[in-house]
Write a protein that binds this ligand. Sequence first.
Ligand code: PLP
Length: 421
Amino acid sequence: MWRGAVVRVLRGGGAGTLRSASGAASAQLRRLLENELEDIRGAGTWKSERIIASRQGPHLRLVGGGAKILNFCANNYLGLSSHPEVIRAAVEALEKFGAGLSSVRFICGTQSIHKDLEEKIARFHQREDAILYPSCFDANTGIFEALLTPEDAVLSDELNHASIIDGIRLCKANKYRYKHMDMQDLEAKLQDAQKHRLRLVATDGAFSMDGDIAPLREICQLAQKYDALVFIDECHATGFLGPTGRGTDELLGVMDKVTIINSTLGKALGGAAGGYTTGPRSLIDLLRQRSRPYLFSNSLPPAVVGCASKALDLLMESNAIAQSMAAKTQRFRSKMTAAGFTISGKDHPICPVMLGDARLAAVMAEDMLNRGIYVIGFSYPVVPKGKARIRVQISAVHSDEDIDHCVEAFTEVGRKHGAIP
Ligand code: PLP
């Protein structure tokens, strides 16, 4: 009956003043939304979604599409999103622990598998403890407000991920934004921030648009000099950067100097969903008491916990998968450079093919898809004006032939559009 009333109101078929008031309001809302949507279309920043009819992996079938296409735009760095053991672990967890908890963690939403996964994450990163969140976006929006007060300061790289920016917005600490990876600017800001109680430097470990890696050694040295803490977001590093895939801190030899790590289970670690913070036990204890996305959002579903837990087991058993991804990244980067392209970043599976012009990036990405290769062009406002690019992401499950096929298609398309000689 209630549903019927709503349908009548939406169709304008109800009776009385309430109907006419909400009719006028909803007509106004529609007009405002249509204008806003038109602005987005007009600005050329409309994001359309391709609909996939198969599992995530190097070869995808699109709804309505014919043959499979080669996928080079997932964060599935280690190819674990459709790994048979990861899928089996999810099915087993689903059967044993159910579809979900219908509860936040502190009411009746904590199962043994949540505690086991938190312990495994802390062990993987060699930290004291860890706390799970529904996503890393939540981990980032939950940490700063819980940790920092108006007496404290947070110093953030200007190109940090949107979720760090939002998390910082929510906290009442004094905010400093330093120029991207600019250590002189960070030092100046740290000097200014000496007047505050705590100083926290926050940076992405690896930046997702450029595939560049934060200068963590230098950041940690400055943090030591100016008595600051270091926070890193490792979404594009966990599982594959560093000799055993622990991340940027391992790669740059500063595992003992970074205080807090936030990362995701939704990229290299099985790709299902979920995020976490790992660090000092007292910080994790505080987050369980104070962090709003943890306190007021549902527990991670067992199947998702099962996926991530198995992904970590696979990584802790062997780093063969991470090494295979590194070798393929190297193959792609060196062949593309030899073909005349400029690839931003260094040694990272995010390989931005720099093109400059937004239209060129869009038409080349479309032409790549016509050749069966799925890559995405990025332009302003996602990246700075004049720095449009096609972002290619390499996965351990791409074969050498897949990589070579992608480079050949880029070479053909690049020549056709004058991007390379
Ligand atoms: N931080 C960075 C650097 C990311 O790239 C992303 C995802 O795009 C997130 C945080 C959010 O991660 P999640 O998908 O787990 O919310």
